[in-house]
Design a protein around this ligand. Structure first.
Ligand code: EPU
Length: 425
């Protein structure tokens, strides 16, 4: 198993370029299924999750090739309408093919994603939306040979409806948007997710000829159209990767320019880093972060966008381990996203978990240890924490990190970090 070694490093200095957004590109890849012909997506991060989604599209019958950061997908001949367990199991976002398949072929059968390290992550809201549009849903919970699959189908057309989401789920909003593009009449999603990735998907669908209005607000209206055409599109930069390097700059008391960022997308990170004492400069598509002398304490509560993103929670927790005084971090989006705390505690952090809230008492330093990445963001947080830990930190289970960070070792090394990847069979 490969691992990453991190040694105590000097303050990070220089500039780092953020890659295209993982969580924007995954639904957009699924959306290419909505049109016959060849779609081209630019700025695609070369990540394990993108490979898995591409593999899934190939399994369905699409032709997929990657040239640098350009992903080329020909979805003319879709032969299968079924996503098997071995692909959905690798990545929950595979479930996002259900909306487009149901929409274009009126039928889809997908293995249920199941839980994962950060929580149980149900799909009830996705299914509630499909049902509202007129789909029949069969949950194969007790069917021999079909066990664990969920099937959606419709006789005739899907029909637009008003759908209220009990929680502004990112995935459910995306899946329902894609299911609704050909539905007769108007679909309204209320309490929709407002994340920038939703807006990117809506822009992509609209470029294809869809009529999606209101993305980025909590009410999205989709007026059904007859056909969509394949287009060329460039995906937005990854706001969570940007936030990761912003935290790295702050924690190491560095001075880093993060390039290819939309500053509006990282407002919560800018706000919290300013509160803890960083100096931040915003440019059109870059942000400079100068770390503070003393990391002031703060309170963080994760929320759906535009609140503080759950995906930056573990990174900020690592940062606050060295705060002056006592900070609190409350996680409201996923029920099990504090698995990183015990790993940070192995490095000398003082963290107490009480339900949804972690209380972090700042310590004067962290100490390198052998730790395990429990999920993607948790893994990145351990690497960043290792930069300021005395001695050496060994991060295991780095396959999680490969799912979502393009060359994190190379990018940090270019900023002066002492970080190495060791490949092992
Ligand atoms: N939820 C339900 N029912 C549903 C769907 C979601 O109860 O049908 C609950 C979930 O259990 C969770 C909450 O709603 O408690 C939020 O889940 P959401 O559906 O918004 O998340 P997601 O679409 O599964 C995406 C990102 C995650 C990110 C979350 C929240 C992708 C591929 N994944 O997941 O990214 O944390 O939104 O912003 O877009 C990551 O990149 O590390 C990552 C986990």
């Amino acid at each position: 198993m490969s691992y990453i070694i991190v040694k105590e490093s000097p303050p990070l200095k220089g500039s780092v370029r953020v890659s295209g957004s993982k969580n924007a590109v995954l639904p957009i890849i699924a959306a290419t299924l909505l049109a016959e012909g060849t779609s081209v997506i630019n700025g695609v991060p070369n990540l394990k999750d993108v490979q898995v989604m591409s593999e899934l599209l190939c399994h369905l019958g699409a032709r997929v090739s990657m040239e640098g950061e350009k992903l080329i997908i020909d979805a003319t001949n879709i032969e299968k309408l079924e996503a098997p367990y071995n692909l959905v199991n690798k990545m929950r976002a595979s479930f996002l093919v259900m909306g487009p398949l149901l929409s274009r072929y009126r039928k889809a059968k997908i293995s249920m994603p199941g839980g994962c390290a950060i929580g149980s992550r149900p799909i009830d809201l996705h299914l509630k939306g499909f049902r509202a549009l007129g789909a029949e849903i069969v949950n194969h919970e007790h069917t021999y040979n079909e066990q664990g699959y969920v099937e959606a189908s419709v006789n005739g057309d899907l029909v637009g409806e008003k759908i209220y989401l009990d929680f502004p789920s990112v995935g459910a909003t995306e899946n329902i948007m894609m299911a609704a593009v050909f539905a007769k009449g108007v679909t309204v999603i209320e309490n929709a997710a407002e994340e920038p990735e939703i807006v990117d998907l809506a822009n992509y669908l609209n470029n294809m000829g869809a009529k999606v209005r209101g993305a980025g607000t909590n009410t999205i209206r989709i007026t059904g159209v007859e056909t969509l055409k394949p287009v060329e599109y460039t995906v937005i930069p990854d706001r969570i990767e940007a936030g990761t390097y912003m935290v790295a700059a702050a924690l190491t008391r560095g001075d880093v320019v993060i390039e290819n960022v939309i500053p509006d997308h990282v407002k919560p990170a800018i706000a919290k880093l300013t509160e803890i004492g960083c100096h931040i400069e915003e440019y059109d598509s870059a942000i400079r972060v100068v770390g503070p002398e003393v990391i002031e304490s703060t309170t963080i509560k994760t929320m759906p966008h535009p609140g503080f993103p759950t995906d930056l929670q573990s990174l900020f927790m690592a940062l606050l381990c060295l705060c002056d005084g006592k900070s609190t971090v409350t996680e409201t989006v996923f029920e099990n996203r504090f698995m990183n705390a015990p790993e940070l505690m192995r490095m000398g952090a003082n963290i107490e978990i009480n339900g949804k809230t972690a209380t972090i008492k700042g310590v004067s330093c962290l100490i390198g240890a052998e730790v395990v990445a429990t999920d993607l963001r948790a893994g990145a947080a351990l690497i960043i924490g290792g930069l300021v830990a005395k001695g050496e930190t060994k991060v295991r289970n780095i396959y999680h990190i490969d799912r979502g960070y393009v060359d994190i070792v190379g990018k940090l090394s270019n900023l002066g970090a002492k970080v190495y990847r060791v490949e092992e069979e």
